[in-house]
Design a protein around this ligand. Structure first.
Ligand SMILES: CSC[C@H]1O[C@H](OP(=O)(O)O)[C@H](O)[C@@H]1O
Length: 406
């Protein structure tokens, strides 16, 4: 379906007719087009191409694709049905689509565990197999949505308590990176979910002593999830925002901290909020490339001002993003993506009467060597708070350690 109806629903799974459609995020914000996912292979390609992206969203689409694969197996009853071993092999293949985000591998391995509890590898895929995977997948979707609203509320509480402790009053701003909203999850979002909740609950007209005045999404080179997706979500919600290049964050913070205007804006940046693709046991966090730099910027401004009046660096993620098997960030595999994502730009031609076909333009010397890691690892030392769906947000103890395993 192609059309201009703005939507934030990244994933559509019809629980009665058993169909799965994903919003093609490579076309956002210029076109709304859903593509059908009917197999694990369809999901692998869509996840690899980043037609769907975002740690929770790729896990949910991955799980639903296994439902679709099993369902189509049952429909082709005349053919020799696949064995459980075949299905498990396909599940392991799906995991390789994007190795850094732990949610996808967690969901796939959970499904493998559930079916191997009930079946032997040589057994045939049957209705019971489908039922097990179906129940798991719809619960994964529903839990993610519920968790995101809890993350929003928990983030609001942390922000409110922080500003009260600082005796802060007036308008404040938030910087965020990549896209961590409805387009990266089952809805509402994680870091952007906190921003949604804070904007709705801490508003000037509600008579609050402090309020969220402005959001600065980083464009998030090279895939531009911020420029394309987060701005689209912020506009959709009517949240005042101004797009910045990733390289502008420190100047933005500095300008506002000196009560100088950014365009006509004066609200100081008080929080940098990012999502996560994998949080390991000590709190080191893999997230979109550029996140680590933002944490060093927050740390600079904190070490050059009274710590308590500085900028808090927040990571927001559901507990499904925590990987207790990996002790420190050194153990995280960082996905490296193709060079053309840095050396070319891909998008529709913008004409006076609308949006034309997709074009690719070169923006670097052809053949230049490129390093294109999709993520970086923010050391836990630079993270002030990890917000999950657990009511108690995670802050470091007096020894500077996170204890996430509670
Ligand atoms: C709630 S989304 C988490 C995480 O996923 C994004 O990566 P990508 O767009 O490459 O899938 C980004 O790192 C977000 O912070």
């Amino acid at each position: 379906m192609t059309g201009d109806a703005k939507t934030l629903q990244a994933i559509k799974f019809d629980r009665d007719n058993i169909t799965l459609d994903i919003l093609d995020q490579l076309l956002i914000p210029y076109a709304t087009k859903y593509i059908s996912i009917e197999s694990i292979e369809d999901a692998f390609q869509a996840i690899k191409l980043m037609q769907v992206r975002g740690a929770p969203a790729i896990a949910i689409v991955g799980a639903f694709s296994i439902v679709m694969e099993t369902y189509s197996n049952l429909k082709k009853s005349q053919e020799k049905s696949r064995t459980i071993d075949d299905l498990v092999k396909s599940i392991h293949y799906l995991i390789t689509a994007r190795p850094t985000a732990v949610n996808l591998s967690n969901a796939c391995l959970d499904i493998e565990k559930l079916i191997l509890k009930e079946f032997k590898k040589e057994d045939s895929v049957d209705q019971h197999t489908f039922d097990i995977i179906y129940q798991y997948s719809v619960a994964l979707y529903d839990d993610d949505l519920n968790n995101n609203f809890k993350i929003g509320d928990n983030g609001l509480r942390y922000i409110t308590e922080t500003l009260k402790a600082q005796n802060f009053t007036g308008p404040f701003s938030i910087i965020t990176i990549c896209n961590t909203g409805s387009l990266a999850t089952s809805g509402h979002g994680t870091a952007l979910g906190i921003i949604r909740t804070v904007f709705n609950k801490l508003s000037k007209d509600a008579g609050e002593k402090f309020w969220l005045d402005h959001v600065y999404p980083c464009e998030t080179r090279p895939y531009n999830q911020g420029a394309r997706l987060t701005t689209y979500e912020l506009n959709y919600e009517g949240i005042p925002s101004t797009l910045i290049c990733d390289s502008m964050a420190s100047s933005l913070i500095s300008t506002l901290s000196k009560q100088r205007k950014v365009k006509n804006l004066i609200a100081p940046v008080k929080f940098i909020i990012a999502g996560a693709d994998r949080i390991v046991e000590n709190g080191d966090t893999a997230n979109k490339i550029g996140t680590f730099q933002l944490s060093t910027i927050a740390n600079y401004f904190n070490s050059n001002s009274d710590k308590e009046s500085g900028i808090k660096f927040i990571i927001a993620a559901p507990r499904t993003t925590i990987d207790f098997k990996t002790k420190t960030g050194d153990g995280i595999i960082i996905e490296e993506r193709p060079s053309h994502e840095l050396t070319t730009l891909n998008g529709p031609v913008l004409t006076n009467n609308g949006v034309g076909g997709k074009q690719t333009v070169g923006i670097a010397t052809p053949g230049i060597d490129v390093w294109n890691p999709a993520f970086d690892v923010t050391p836990h030392e630079l993270i002030d708070c990890i917000v999950t769906e657990d009511e108690n947000v995670f802050v470091k103890n007096s020894k500077g350690e996170f204890n996430l395993n509670v």
